[in-house]
Design a binder for this molecule. Structure first.
Ligand SMILES: [Zn+2]
Ligand SMILES: [Zn+2]
Length: 150
């Protein structure tokens, strides 16, 4: 079983369908992926023989695994991976930074490194951010833009 793309995810699969939700590593926003119904390939009937039941379980397990893989791939398309810390975050928490040549960085890293950049909000709005001018610091030396100060 491969590791989930986000730190937190929920498997709400049932006997009838497969469903996974992922959560932004930064703000915890829920990202739902496509639901798939389980089609074991048996004719629908009320009672299955022991062998059929066992077969159904095996097929379910196999389909459950591939649904999980598919959900992870889908989540990665919706979310972005931070090039610095590897966190997988939603659009609202993704900053395209000047300092990284437009590569995506999570909001936490952008703040930590006092980067400047653009956030492409999930509603297609863009917001410019500049953490270089923030006075608040957590023990990290501020970036010195434009060379060393004398
Ligand atoms: Zn987020
Ligand atoms: Zn990061």
């Amino acid at each position: 079983m491969l590791e989930a793309v986000t730190k937190k995810y929920i498997d709400s699969s049932t006997e009838e369908q497969f469903e996974y939700s992922f959560f932004c590593d930064c703000c915890g926003k829920n990202v739902s992926t496509t639901r798939y119904s389980f089609k074991p390939g048996f004719a629908k009937k009320l009672f299955l023989s022991r062998t059929e039941q066992r077969a159904r379980e095996i097929i379910w397990q196999r389909d459950h695994d591939s649904a999980y893989e598919r959900a992870n791939i889908e989540a990665l398309k919706i979310l972005n991976r931070c090039v610095l810390c590897g966190a997988v975050v939603c659009g609202d928490c993704t900053v395209e930074c000047e300092e990284t040549g437009g590569k995506t960085v999570c909001l936490t890293c952008a703040k930590e490194h006092r980067y400047r950049g653009v956030i492409w909000k999930d509603n297609d709005e863009t917001v410019s951010v500049d953490f270089g001018n923030e006075t608040k610091t957590s023990g990290i030396k501020p970036h010195q833009y434009g060379g060393i100060k004398k």
